[in-house]
Design a protein around this ligand. Structure first.
Ligand SMILES: Cc1cc2nc3c(=O)[nH]c(=O)nc-3n(C[C@H](O)[C@H](O)[C@H](O)COP(=O)(O)OP(=O)(O)OC[C@H]3O[C@@H](n4cnc5c(N)ncnc54)[C@H](O)[C@@H]3O)c2cc1C
Length: 419
């Protein structure tokens, strides 16, 4: 959407083709009970300057709410608050020396500039070296597994570096506190306004039309969807790399191999509407391996519950490999597994608290920052003249978030307009 916006502003005729019946992709909204909110949990940081500038153009930035949130840690069957330095120093699973080394690791990572060197070191090896064996096993490995599963073994230290950089960026933005923000109405409101702005700029938006083939034709670039075939001067594919590899007709075998070689991590993410709050932590990290989800995000610890009809909104994400059998489970099976675990974790929680439960499944969410990742990156300009592929695989020294995505789109728009 941002790419379309910038190209249209520069006077280009733009058509946006989207497979889903609505805009927004991973950031799209859906209905849970009577509530319309994001399908996946989203938060904005004070340091998200590119996103905030777009929200400002949409006239929404001034409405943003900024909140100081708390963080929880579920470890050895107990829930701890880890929201400030005092609570960190009290945290029982680690001894004082371990904690000092853990704190020093995070501080050191925030100061490292040469992320390319980190791409050559496996993440667990780097963290073990800096934090020590006990902290690696007690804290880092469970956290790595929670986001990467067994794929953490293939992942480089650049992954944890980028995560820590994002957290520190918020502090560097001036305020020492970490403030999390959201637009009242959520991404549904942002996307509705953005769609209107694009239409006003003359962008043609075609929804529910999966692109089946993109290839060279005598008059330009042919794009085939279920609705027929159109010809454009240039085409930018902003779909996952695996989709681009499948759809682009005429790629060389080496560029196809690079696109197909990107290893993705997927997600099965449940949204729960509850009658009561759970524990009041925006994020609860989990180190106990029996828990079937990999974190607890209590959105209503950040967003005013009035936005959810007075209810609490909780997300239970499970990050998995695209081939993981969890993708084959039905909603009922996932609901049963997840609710049983919640009952075990939170003594105050009972099934009677549940108002609504919905599951989102996405196989290609983010590219794993594997060892030497940036050296195997697919080019943005394909060998088919006029066909470009730009997506989150090109975020090489950051984490997947809307701010990075917007920044990438703006950089690419400038490059396309100049070329
Ligand atoms: C669980 C979760 C939590 C997140 N939390 C945050 C957060 O707190 N803060 C934050 O800033 N960001 C967050 N993000 C990241 C954010 O959602 C992404 O950065 C952003 O949505 C990526 O946008 P994109 O356009 O690059 O990709 P996508 O959103 O993946 O968009 C790709 C689009 O391509 C479409 N498509 C696929 N195939 C075809 C085809 N053949 N033809 C036509 N269209 C096709 C898809 O339908 C989709 O709309 C989160 C993401 C997830 C999954």
């Amino acid at each position: 959407m941002t790419l379309a916006h910038r190209l249209a502003q520069a006077g280009q005729g733009v058509t946006l083709i989207e497979a889903a019946p609505h805009l927004g992709g991973l950031a799209s909204a859906w209905t849970l009970g009577d509530v319309v909110w994001d399908r996946h949990y989203h938060v904005t940081l004070l340091s998200d300057s590119h996103l905030r500038a777009v929200l400002s153009e949409l006239g929404l930035e001034k409405d943003m709410k900024w909140v100081e949130t708390r963080t929880g840690f579920y470890s050895d069957g107990k829930l701890y608050s880890m929201s400030n330095s005092v609570e960190f120093l009290r945290f029982p699973p680690l001894g004082l020396i371990d904690k000092l080394r853990l704190g020093a690791t995070i501080f050191y990572a925030s100061r490292v500039k040469d992320w390319q060197r980190l791409e050559t070191i496996p993440v667990a090896e780097w963290l073990g070296r800096l934090s020590g064996r006990r902290t690696l096993e007690k804290i880092w490995l469970p956290l790595l597994r929670s986001k990467l599963g067994d794929n953490y073994k293939k992942t480089s230290a650049a992954f944890i570096w980028a995560t820590i950089q994002r957290l520190y960026a918020a502090r560097r933005s001036g305020l020492k506190k970490e403030m999390f923000g959201y637009v009242p109405g959520g991404y549904a409101r942002v996307l509705e306004r953005y769609e209107q702005v694009l239409r006003d700029e003359g962008v043609t938006i075609r929804l529910g039309q999966a692109t089946r083939r993109v290839g060279r034709a005598p008059a330009g670039i042919e794009v085939e969807t279920g609705e027929g075939t159109d010809v454009f001067d240039r085409v930018v594919m902003t779909v996952p790399a695996v989709v681009a590899a499948k759809v682009c007709d005429g790629l060389s075998s080496s560029e196809k191999a690079l696109l197909e070689g990107v290893q993705y991590q997927g997600i099965v993410c449940a949204s729960l509407l509850l009658r009561r709050p759970l524990a009041g932590f925006y994020v609860t990290n989990i180190t106990d391996s029996w828990v079937p989800f990999t974190g607890v995000i209590e959105m209503s610890a950040l967003v005013d519950r009035a936005q959810f009809g007075g209810h609490s909104l909780v997300y239970l994400p499970k990050y998995v490999d695209p081939s993981d059998p969890t993708f084959e489970l039905g909603d009922d099976q996932i609901q049963e597994q997840f609710l049983s675990a919640l009952e075990r974790m939170y003594s105050g929680f009972g099934r009677g608290d549940l108002v609504s439960f919905r599951v989102s499944r996405v196989r290609h969410v983010f590219a794993l920052p594997t060892l030497g990742y940036s050296r195997r990156l697919p080019a943005m300009d394909t060998t088919i003249p006029g066909v470009h592929v730009v997506n989150s695989t090109h975020i090489v020294n950051g984490t997947l978030n809307v701010n990075e995505t917007v920044q990438l789109a703006e950089r690419e728009a400038r490059r396309l307009l100049a070329g």
